[in-house]
Ligand binder design. Structure first.
Ligand SMILES: [Zn+2]
Length: 412
């Protein structure tokens, strides 16, 4: 169907990811992490917690490009939302339905298509046929997690057969189109082994940041991103999470290698790239040296296991002053650098951010350490984490001012 160019199933998968990258960069970025394995024994498609996607070539061939794009998003969201570990000890038939409803609601809300056999909600509602033929109305799917929906279905199901078993025959068209391989994943595949829920959480935050920069944020994702970047986490954990989300090298699969990506083929880029973190330090106000050292310490904790990290320090008040570029710095190097800090005048964020955009190339992430007392520029097109000092401006006020990057308040 629709396979005008006689593409092989594998080529169709690649093509679907390239098309997704244009229309839905958030989902595309996540699907780039999947590894595809052809498996004629499987009826349609299935996925495990590591992001290994097993597919029947005839199934892939039977889908239109649009359906295949939606299907890939469906599979990777099972990983990204940690469904395969979360559903491990639950009734699989029921958890399958709950997980598929959550994902399909999100995918169709973003204008993607799915195969007809999918359980597809309309206006965030779905009428589920119970084994005795009665309907169960599941509502507000966009505001609920898979567990809540699972419990609702399980209770209704239980009232029907009195055993609480989800193995009733039900309606086979309500079993979705894919296979969920529950459990923490076998870890057999070296390329993708050991991916845990933290790995996928970081990938969601990363995909969210980059799609925001591209001006194509997905609908319905804020609630999930907010729950990941829960303000109950300490500022240190948040800083670590945001920095990790921007590191170009994730130990297994890195960003698509530009050369192979443009030819439509995605290969793991095994070459380790240097990591370039820029610390922009506001020296205008009463900067707390203790907090600054702690922030540096957190970054050091992340980067000390990776070879080739450059910490580039830049100071600003109304002017911008270059500090040192420290390759694989030690704590002593950082202490020494901070003694040389320059500035002490007024504040001008616009000048500083303009400098970053124009003069600092190849940074993976910027971290701005500041009290926040100035007007932030309206736009900034690079990944930035604004780290507000504990004595600084109110975090909610700053979040309203900046529509880019992430804001953290240091708790002294
Ligand atoms: Zn599914």
């Amino acid at each position: 169907m629709n396979n005008l160019f006689n593409l092989t199933p594998r080529q169709k998968l690649t093509r679907a990811r390239v098309l997704l990258n244009r229309s839905h960069p958030f989902f595309a970025r996540l699907t780039m992490l999947m590894k595809f394995v052809e498996m004629p024994e499987i009826q349609t498609m299935g996925v495990d917690a590591n992001g290994v996607c097993y597919y029947n070539p005839d199934f892939v061939d039977s889908l239109s490009d649009d359906e295949l794009m939606g299907t890939l998003c469906h599979e990777v969201m099972h990983c990204a939302l940690d469904h395969l570990a979360r559903g491990e000890k639950k009734e699989p038939n029921i958890f399958n339905i709950a997980a598929d409803l959550v994902i399909n609601d999100m995918i169709t809300a973003n204008g993607l298509k799915l195969p007809k056999a999918g359980l597809i909600p309309h206006s965030h509602r779905y009428k589920l046929k119970l084994p005795d033929g009665n309907d169960l109305l599941i509502e507000d799917i966009d505001k609920r997690g898979a567990e809540g929906i699972y419990t609702q279905i399980k209770n209704a199901w239980k009232n029907q057969n009195g055993q609480g078993q989800g193995n009733g025959s039900g309606d086979s068209s309500q079993q979705g189109f894919d296979k969920h391989i529950y459990g923490k994943s076998s870890g057999q595949d070296k390329d993708v082994a050991g991916r845990d829920s933290d790995f996928w959480k970081n990938k969601i935050v990363e995909a969210d940041m980059s799609s925001k920069m591209a001006g194509k944020s997905p609908l319905g994702m804020n609630r999930i991103v907010d729950s990941i970047t829960n303000p109950k986490m300490s500022w240190k954990q948040l800083l670590q999470r945001y920095v990790r989300a921007n590191l170009p090298f994730d130990y297994t699969w890195s960003r698509p290698n530009k050369k192979t990506y443009s030819s439509g083929i995605y290969l793991p880029n095994v070459e380790k790239q240097g990591i370039h973190i820029v610390f922009l330090i506001d020296t205008s106000g009463s900067m707390s040296e203790k907090e600054l050292k702690e922030a540096f310490g957190e970054i050091m904790g992340i980067v000390k296991t990776i070879h080739g990290v450059t910490l580039h320090v830049i100071y600003h008040d109304t002017d911008v002053y270059e500090g040192s570029s420290l390759l694989n710095p030690t704590a002593q190097d950082i202490m020494k650098e901070l003694k040389n800090c320059k500035g002490g005048g007024g504040t001008d964020f616009t000048t500083a951010y303009k400098y970053l955009e124009e003069k600092v190339k190849d940074a993976d992430v910027f971290i701005h350490f500041t009290d926040g007392y100035d007007r932030f520029p309206k736009k900034f097109n690079k990944p930035i984490i604004i780290c507000l000092q504990s004595s600084g401006k109110n975090i909610d006020t700053v979040k309203k001012e900046v529509h880019y990057g992430k804001v953290i308040k240091v708790e002294g």
